[in-house]
Design a protein around this ligand. Structure first.
Ligand code: CO8
Length: 255
């Protein structure tokens, strides 16, 4: 079945819905995800959570059976479709959290890496095993993994196709936290550490950090000066500073 979106509390919850194939990403699923991410932009939500159906997998990657026998042109278009969908997630103004409850392999890990954060259950297993198929990652993995964990570890994972356990993923900075218990409740609790703040200010902060990775530091500092000025001009900045001076809790209104 295709993925679904729903609103739970202040969150958009995107659920991969193909447990019988460990939530593998067919092209129909990628296209649906792309539509759903567009929909998220219109929802009155403060963060996006992405979860896989079933207790075995977040997502086992691109649908390998569908990839077989494709010609060069359709392979390239396919990679670009997956990349574009994941880039849409990365560029959302609200933060996103991948809830990795089991396997996150190949395109599944790439989907998780397109999110702002990843939290994992202790049994989660992650990897980019494309090399074992005679392939390399095609949905952003070669770009995002090194940015997250550094070149040497990214090369180690991509060139060996090795699976890493949740514990090592946390140590390497691939996941933000390992959580026991119900993954969705834990995901909401994790996200509430930042969704309590002003949404426009959160989006400026997220954008400034993201753009630091694509720009030389001098250009990044210019971007930071611009975005921090935009944040400074919000009513929420006035409220936050006033609340500090008055020794009370700030009440942000997303403006
Ligand atoms: N694609 C299609 N079907 C899958 C996939 C997948 N990626 N992963 C699992 N499935 C299916 C299995 O075929 C099986 O179906 P069936 O019951 O009909 O045989 C069902 O899900 C259950 O899987 P297993 O029986 O294999 O479950 P296990 O618990 O034994 O093993 C594993 C779980 C270890 C996760 C195993 O399923 C596995 O290794 N899966 C493949 C992981 C992988 O290699 N992922 C990377 C895929 S390539 C990719 O993501 C990017 C490619 C480049 C993109 C460019 C595209 C244009």
């Amino acid at each position: 079945m295709l993925p679904t979106i729903s609103q739970e509390d202040e969150f958009a919850l995107l659920r991969l819905n193909r447990p019988e194939a460990l939530n593998a990403l067919s092209f129909a699923i990628i296209d649906r995800l792309s539509e759903l991410v567009d929909q998220v932009r219109t929802m009155p939500v403060r963060a996006l959570l992405i979860i896989g159906a079933g207790d075995k997998a977040f997502c086992a990657g691109a649908d390998i059976k569908e990839l077989m026998g494709r010609d060069q042109a359709s392979q390239k278009r396919g990679a670009q479709r997956g990349q574009a969908m994941m880039q849409k997630i990365a560029e959302l103004p609200i933060p996103s959290v991948a809830l990795v409850g089991g396997y996150a392999f190949g395109g599944g890990l790439e989907l998780a890496m397109a999110c702002t954060f990843r939290i994992a259950s202790p049994k989660a297993k992650m990897g980019l095993p494309e090399i074992k198929l005679g392939l390399i990652p095609g949905y952003g993995g070669t770009q995002r993994l090194a940015r997250l964990i550094g070149e040497a570890r990214a090369q180690e994972m991509i060139l060996s196709g090795a699976t890493i356990e949740a514990e090592r993923a946390e140590r390497w900075g691939l996941v933000n936290a390992i959580v026991e218990g119900d993954l969705l409740s834990e995901g909401k609790a994790f996200a509430r550490r930042f969704t309590i703040y002003s949404l426009p200010v959160l989006s400026y902060a997220k954008e400034a950090v993201q753009r630091s990775l694509d720009n030389p530091v001098v250009e990044g500092l210019r971007i930071e000066a611009d975005l921090s000025t935009l944040a400074f001009q919000t009513a929420d900045a006035s409220e936050g500073m006033e609340a500090f001076a008055q020794k009370r809790q700030a009440v942000f209104q997303d403006r």
